[in-house]
Ligand binder design. Structure first.
Ligand SMILES: Cc1ncc(COP(=O)(O)O)c(C=O)c1O
Length: 393
């Protein structure tokens, strides 16, 4: 009766069951998987959403790619980051996930393929499958810094490949894509008619000043059809407001042809509410107060994490340049799933690396959003778990 776009098995896994049971039983634990900025103790200006009540929103005047004032506001936000994108090259979406769906519809037929980084963001499984697109992996390797394994990109490409996805900085590795990597990807993709989709939702959250400015940016490229994705969800910590965008880059003839078709795709759904479009400029301007709090906290938490995990420890914080997450490499004394369950009993919840498709064990993914004192407490519980144990293993 149902399509195969949704899974056939909805049974919760062991971890989900354990977390539910802990919550139902009132067991308190430090949640180092928190990814919702509105639950992480930031100070949101009380009138931040007031622009959504603008009376101009009472009039419906649909516009497929979005109202020009909002597209200009997004272009101005790119300018703030040092990236020049004309507003005509920007399409508004309801979220970044919605942006992916629009792009898959634009680029791929059923059974076509996109290449996604590994390790990365778990939602790619659903996002691709729901649009009947097949995801194939390429690897990110860590040798101190994370880097794209370009040979693995070439290996993953088939005649059905329609796009290569990059996430910059990546969730959860925190690695920004470099200009050199984009040059190499463009040289592979452009002659084969493959587009590049760059998810830049975390671009503002650098751990060291200048990391974001040094990163390669997709929307400013002219050599390959490219799409950069962003949204209010991360850029100003407002996932509930539902506004994202796609910035189209590449040779003019391809970018224009893409925009013409994207206009039809977006016009079919008209998913972005008028009030949020009218409020976009104000939300981006006033939301900067939230962004700077989040940016300050994630950078401070990353530094604190590096400081509390001593070089002598059996655990290691992997090098990360930005984003909302950090990766802790830990001894493989048990499976990641068993480890995460034991840590939950000890009062701290983390994500296992396999959740993000790390090719081997053992890694824990730690959200840097929680308040500093909670993160410190949670991480000390993780470290205590390993104290002395690696010597007995
Ligand atoms: C890499 C990445 N892209 C996109 C999203 C989702 O963004 P949105 O809320 O705009 O759909 C997330 C959410 O965690 C993410 O980690």
């Amino acid at each position: 009766m149902f399509s195969s776009r949704t899974p056939s098995n909805f049974a919760p896994n062991r971890l989900t069951k354990a977390v539910r049971a802990a919550r139902a039983g009132g067991q308190s634990f430090i949640d180092l998987t928190e990814s919702n900025p509105t639950r992480a103790g930031f100070d949101y200006p009380q009138d931040l959403l007031a622009p959504l009540g603008d009376a101009r929103g009472l009039r419906y005047a649909p516009s497929s790619l979005g109202v020009m004032a909002a597209r200009e506001a997004v272009a101005a936000d790119y300018q703030r980051q040092g990236v020049s994108v004309p507003p005509e090259r920007i399409a508004l979406t309801a979220s970044t996930s919605d942006g992916y769906s629009m792009l898959f519809k634009l680029l791929a037929d059923a059974g076509d393929e996109v290449i996604v980084p590994r390790p990365s963001y778990p939602l790619f499984d659903h996002l691709t499958r729901l649009d009947l697109v097949t995801a194939r992996d390429y690897d990110l390797d860590v040798h101190g810094d994370w880097a794209i394994d370009i040979a693995s990109v070439e290996r993953a490409i088939t005649p059905r490949t329609r796009a290569v996805l990059v996430v910059s900085p990546n969730n959860p590795t925190g690695s920004y894509v470099t200009d050199d990597e984009l040059d190499r990807l463009a040289a592979i993709c452009a002659p084969r008619g493959i587009a590049i989709i760059a998810d830049e939702v975390f671009v503002d959250y650098e751990f060291e000043p200048g990391a974001s400015r040094r990163a390669g940016r997709m929307a400013s490229r002219r050599d390959v059809l490219s799409f950069a994705l962003g949204g209010l969800s991360k850029s100003v910590g407002l996932p509930q407001v539902k506004l994202g965008w796609i910035a189209v880059g590449g040779p003019n003839h391809l970018a224009d042809a893409a925009l013409e078709r994207l206009e039809l795709v977006c016009d079919t759904y008209l998913a972005v509410s008028t009030p949020v479009q009218l409020a976009a400029a104000e939300l981006l301007a006033q939301g900067a107060a939230v962004r700077s709090q989040i940016a300050g906290r994630v950078a401070a938490n990353y530094r604190a994490l590096q400081a509390v995990v001593p070089a002598s420890s059996s655990c290691r914080v992997l090098k990360s340049a930005g984003g909302w997450y950090a990766v802790l490499q830990v001894p493989s004394l048990e499976s990641e799933e068993d480890l995460v369950l034991r840590l939950l009993e000890d009062g701290v919840l983390t994500h296992p690396g396999y959740f993000f498709d790390f090719p081997r064990e053992s890694f824990l993914i730690i959200s840097l959003l929680p308040p500093e004192y909670l993160l410190a407490d949670g991480v000390s519980r993780v470290l205590r778990h390993f104290d002395g144990r690696e010597n007995r293993a």
